[in-house]
Design a protein around this ligand. Structure first.
Ligand code: C5P
Length: 233
């Protein structure tokens, strides 16, 4: 995998027009993430635009439903030449396996990534609201293992979990890390970040980096600087 393909930039904008503006602003970016807001706003239209431009797609819709519905959604997504697709590990073993079976028959199946625990959840919410008795890191690891056992290709994880997940899940399990910040960028609302080089060295396959690039005074320069730093790892 070449360096630029390892950095995924989120199209975190609300409209089709703003998405196109961002695509035009950063022609060197090869891999884009489409999340719930843009997808709900544009529908599959945005996937067609990315396909036409020859871009790779990370469709981050975090499916969580009964096995039949999750499988149908994954099957539909795989018609759009999507490379990475997310679903919640807590949908359960049957839904995870059904999702894998559904995409396997596609001509170019997307890799499925599990969401283990939403990083917005605090330890307190996990224990008191969701009644989950495990500590947060242990629970995230259990959800990654459940996903791996069910045939899921990888997981989205925070930089602080990546080393342990790589150790436990082995080299073939894809690990995708948001919450990455170059040391020259503002951290914003991301806490306990790693730099791009540190996250790759810790075992990440892909990095999702948004605002340090899209919010920079010169986004193309920020992108080039990150790629340069990663090429040296
Ligand atoms: O701008 P920033 O680099 O923080 O963007 C990170 C992207 O990754 C956003 O699209 C955000 O929703 C997503 N994400 C995250 N933390 C997670 C999971 C996803 O920041 N735990």
């Amino acid at each position: 995998m070449t360096t630029p393909d390892r950095v995924i930039v989120p199209l975190d904008v609300p409209t089709r027009e703003q998405a196109i503006e961002l695509l035009d602003l950063l022609p060197e970016v090869t891999f884009w993430k489409v999340g719930l807001e843009l997808f709900v706003s544009t529908g599959a239209d945005i996937l067609g635009i990315l396909n036409e431009r020859g871009k790779k797609i990370f469709l981050d819709l975090k499916f969580h439903d009964i096995p039949n519905t999750v499988a149908g959604a994954c099957r539909a997504a795989s018609r759009y030449n999507v490379d990475l697709l997310t679903l919640h590990a807590t949908a359960g073993r049957s839904a995870l396996a059904a999702a894998k079976a559904a995409v396997s028959i596609a001509p170019s199946p997307p890799k499925l990534l599990a969401i283990t625990v939403l990083t917005s959840l605090s330890a307190r919410e996990l224990a008191f609201d969701l009644k989950i008795p495990l500590e947060l890191p242990e629970y995230a690891l259990e959800m990654a293992l459940l996903s791996q056992e069910s045939g899921i290709d990888g997981a989205v994880c925070s930089p602080r979990e990546v080393r342990e997940l790589r150790r436990v899940c082995g080299d073939d399990f894809l690990l995708v890390c948001p919450g990455v910040r170059p040391d020259w960028a503002v951290k914003g609302d991301q806490s306990r970040t790693l730099t791009p080089s540190e996250a790759i060295a810790a075992g990440a396959d892909y990095l999702v980096i948004g605002r340090p690039i899209t919010g920079a005074d010169n986004p193309r320069e920020a992108w080039a600087r990150i790629c340069q730093e990663l090429a040296a790892v």
